[in-house]
Design a protein around this ligand. Structure first.
Ligand code: THU
Length: 163
């Protein structure tokens, strides 16, 4: 028996001004998208802005439904739109922000497991790491350079193969 440890790497910025202007712009686009979310059940508005390798920026927000599981997170709305419109183009960076109508979010958003899995599929499909920028309404900004740092021991395509 052996107890092992796994390390992940992430960067934190105290505020947006420490980031490049293009990343500040991506965060602003995520915020704007979050403002258009359809979230009457949770009152929790999430926005995602993806920068594709061809320079196009695709945004999305959470879309809820009275039959709760039929809704979809902001990240997947944006990623699946990008996948549908630009199937051969990798995602370079994803900025994700959130805002609640009922409380103040002062911590970076932590994307749900399903969205982490969908991001990992995108990385594997295009063999290209995705930088993920996470923010709440205010507070520090957390950044990872690959989904591997958000989803250790992720399920990979090789696991479907018969060795
Ligand atoms: N949500 C997202 O859009 N992204 C996440 O990573 C976490 C949760 C949405 C789903 C639902 O509409 C609301 O936030 C509350 O869970």
């Amino acid at each position: 028996m052996k107890k092992l440890e796994l390390k992940i790497a992430f960067t934190e910025f105290d505020n947006e001004n420490e980031m490049s202007s293009s990343e500040q712009d991506l965060l602003q686009k995520a915020r704007n998208a979050g403002g258009l979310a359809y979230a009457p059940y949770s009152n929790f508005h999430v926005g995602a802005a993806l920068l594709l390798e061809n320079g196009v920026i695709v945004t999305g927000n959470n879309q809820e439904n009275v039959a709760y599981p039929s809704g979809l997170c902001a990240e997947r709305v944006a990623m699946y739109y990008a996948g549908a419109q630009y199937p051969d183009v990798a995602i370079k960076t994803i900025a994700i922000t959130c805002k609640s109508k009922t409380f103040h979010v002062g911590e970076p958003l932590s994307p749900c497991g399903g969205c982490r899995q969908a991001m990992s599929e995108y990385e594997m499909r295009h063999k290209s790491n995705i930088r993920v920028i996470l923010m709440g309404e205010t507070g520090k900004i957390r950044v990872v350079d690959s989904i591997a740092d958000l989803l250790p021991f992720m399920f990979k395509a090789e696991e479907l193969k018969n060795n």
